[in-house]
Ligand binder design. Structure first.
Ligand SMILES: Cc1ncc(COP(=O)(O)O)c(C=O)c1O
Length: 351
């Protein structure tokens, strides 16, 4: 089975397992775990920030960030397709009493004109607009890298208007590899950045939130409140360290494999995809209704040996990762094409 459901499916390789075995650990709630401290220092340095906090998931780092920047009754601005808004159960409302206001992305990039009138005036009738959240790469946008100049312009507009900025960089290193722009350069526009080690980088668990030294005390409090304070978490941090030391440049292979699959899709009548938008490891393509729904397509593809997620009624998402080789990608493309042919033939009325 060629499993393209997500880049979170990867299992640690032998060397990563060895790093976990050899980890130096301590109680990271009573004291500080030395491996966690090393990971936090490393990732803070890579992103040009003063400090970082290790947490169990990208959802938690995002939600701790929202809580850090906003008080109950505050509002944040985000693009309508973003993960924080769509896939985290509205935790910002459930856990922090914060509301979100979305703006429409153009191809998941940002049109500043849309944002200009979105900040509420500070009066007793309105929520207070506090924060702008962006996502890079953009998952629902098909793994696209946000245009750098647009990010810089939008964040400086936000700062000039008294907002803080947070980046959901669950796949920031995919953006780094695809764009050639360093993590430091991307991160400089944001007050806080969240990165995941458990996606393309291949660690089993973990994310980090980076920001200033003065934010750390509050981040640590919120992490504890949300149940994310972990004891001997150095085992997990060691895997994450192994991932950032070894698995960043190879993300280019995932991007090339996604493109290989994308090329096959664009050649297949009945499927559509803008190949230029396949910039990283995510491919979101449309299945024509004459072929079937996304659910039907995914079921037939799974039976033929390629596992993907339906992403909407007609859209399917395929994600390449550490366990997908060039051969797998070529094979997956062929299977996707032949399944489409088969479904089309089945749906043709017999005369
Ligand atoms: C862009 C983005 N942000 C955040 C998350 C949440 O990460 P986690 O699954 O670790 O909570 C995901 C998960 O897929 C994601 O794609």
């Amino acid at each position: 089975m060629i499993d393209l459901r997500s880049d979170t499916l990867t299992k640690p390789c032998r060397n990563m397992r060895q790093a976990i075995m050899d980890a130096e650990v301590n109680d990271d709630v009573i004291d500080v775990d030395p491996s966690v401290a090393r990971l936090q220092d490393t990732i803070a340095r890579m992103l040009g920030k003063e400090a970082a906090m290790f947490m169990p998931s990208g959802t938690m780092t995002n939600q701790v960030a929202v809580r850090l920047h906003c008080r109950p009754g505050d509002e944040f601005l985000c693009e309508s397709g973003c993960h924080i808004y769509n896939y985290e159960q509205g935790a910002f409302a459930q856990l922090s009493g914060v509301v979100a206001r979305t703006f429409q992305g153009t191809n998941s990039s940002i049109d500043l004109r849309q944002l200009r009138n979105q900040i509420h005036p500070d009066n007793e009738h309105a929520v207070r607009t506090r924060l702008l959240c962006l996502e890079n790469t953009h998952n629902k946008g098909g793994g696209v890298v946000l245009p750098y100049d647009s990010v810089a312009e939008t964040c400086s507009w936000a700062h000039e208007n008294g907002l803080t900025t947070h980046l959901d960089g669950a796949r920031l290193f995919n953006a780094v590899v695809a764009s050639g722009i360093s993590a430091l350069d991307w991160a400089q526009h944001f007050d806080t950045v969240s990165v995941c080690f458990s996606k393309g980088l291949g660690a089993p668990v973990g994310s980090a939130l980076v920001g200033t030294e003065s934010m750390m005390r509050e981040m640590r409090r919120h992490r504890k409140l949300f149940g994310g304070a972990m004891r001997q978490s150095g085992f997990l941090a060691s895997a994450a360290l192994y991932a950032i030391e070894n698995n960043i440049p190879r993300l280019a292979d995932d991007h090339a494999n996604a493109k290989r699959i994308g090329v096959e899709i664009t050649k297949t009548p009945g499927l559509s995809l803008d190949l230029d938008r396949v910039e990283t490891n995510i491919v979101i393509f449309r299945v024509d209704s004459e072929v079937g729904t996304a659910v039907e397509f995914c079921e037939s593809a799974r039976q033929a040996g390629v596992w993907m997620f339906p992403f909407s009624h007609q859209d399917v998402r395929a994600v390449t990762h550490l366990h997908i080789s060039e051969t797998d990608a070529i094979e997956a493309g062929k299977i996707i094409a032949s399944v489409t042919e088969l479904l089309k033939a089945k749906s043709k009325p017999t005369v």
